[in-house]
Design a protein around this ligand. Sequence first.
Ligand SMILES: CC(C)(COP(=O)(O)OP(=O)(O)OC[C@H]1O[C@@H](n2cnc3c(N)ncnc32)[C@H](O)[C@@H]1OP(=O)(O)O)[C@@H](O)C(=O)NCCC(=O)NCCS
Length: 160
Amino acid sequence: MITVRRAEVGDVEAIRQIGLVTWPVAYAGLVSDEFITDGLAQWWSPEAVERGIRNGITLVAAEGEQLIGIVGLGREGDFWVMWKLYVLPDHQGKGVGKALLDAAVKALPEGTPELVLDVLVGNDKAIGFYRANGFREAPKTPDRDLGVELMWMSLDLQTA
Ligand SMILES: CC(C)(COP(=O)(O)OP(=O)(O)OC[C@H]1O[C@@H](n2cnc3c(N)ncnc32)[C@H](O)[C@@H]1OP(=O)(O)O)[C@@H](O)C(=O)NCCC(=O)NCCS
């Protein structure tokens, strides 16, 4: 059985492992090896993961004792942004991503109008997942320049 719960500081290492395993598989061929190495160092360091738990909303999916997926949201200006949604490769396609997304939406403060995210252009698997789950191209977005092509998507939470 899969359960989704709020992450605790004691989960930092297990969350990091999800990034370290999933990123290279998800992004091979889409971005440079350097982008993957730098991104893991910047966004999946123990400090960055702990900051996400303390300052934002981080939820984990667990199967028994093992953490198999993670979603991370944070506030950026007027926006709530989903910065991370990653399911271990062996556990993808079984509803874990959807369970994390649903729990993330529920965890947002009441009245939040939309949830936005950025996804690498070319990450068609993720874009397909987001479209299938109600995300559309975002008209308004936070500023972010990573030196790679990003697509911003938005989930309308007002008319849902
Ligand atoms: C993208 C990701 C989070 C999705 O999680 P998942 O657990 O594999 O997806 P789920 O099994 O929960 O899919 C839920 C629903 O979306 C649909 N779906 C999933 N991928 C899809 C796709 N590429 N196109 C269309 N629909 C898709 C599923 O059919 C399912 O719908 P159903 O319940 O009606 O059958 C996961 O595959 C992942 O971690 N990918 C690699 C990392 C990544 O790219 N993350 C996003 C970074 S922006």
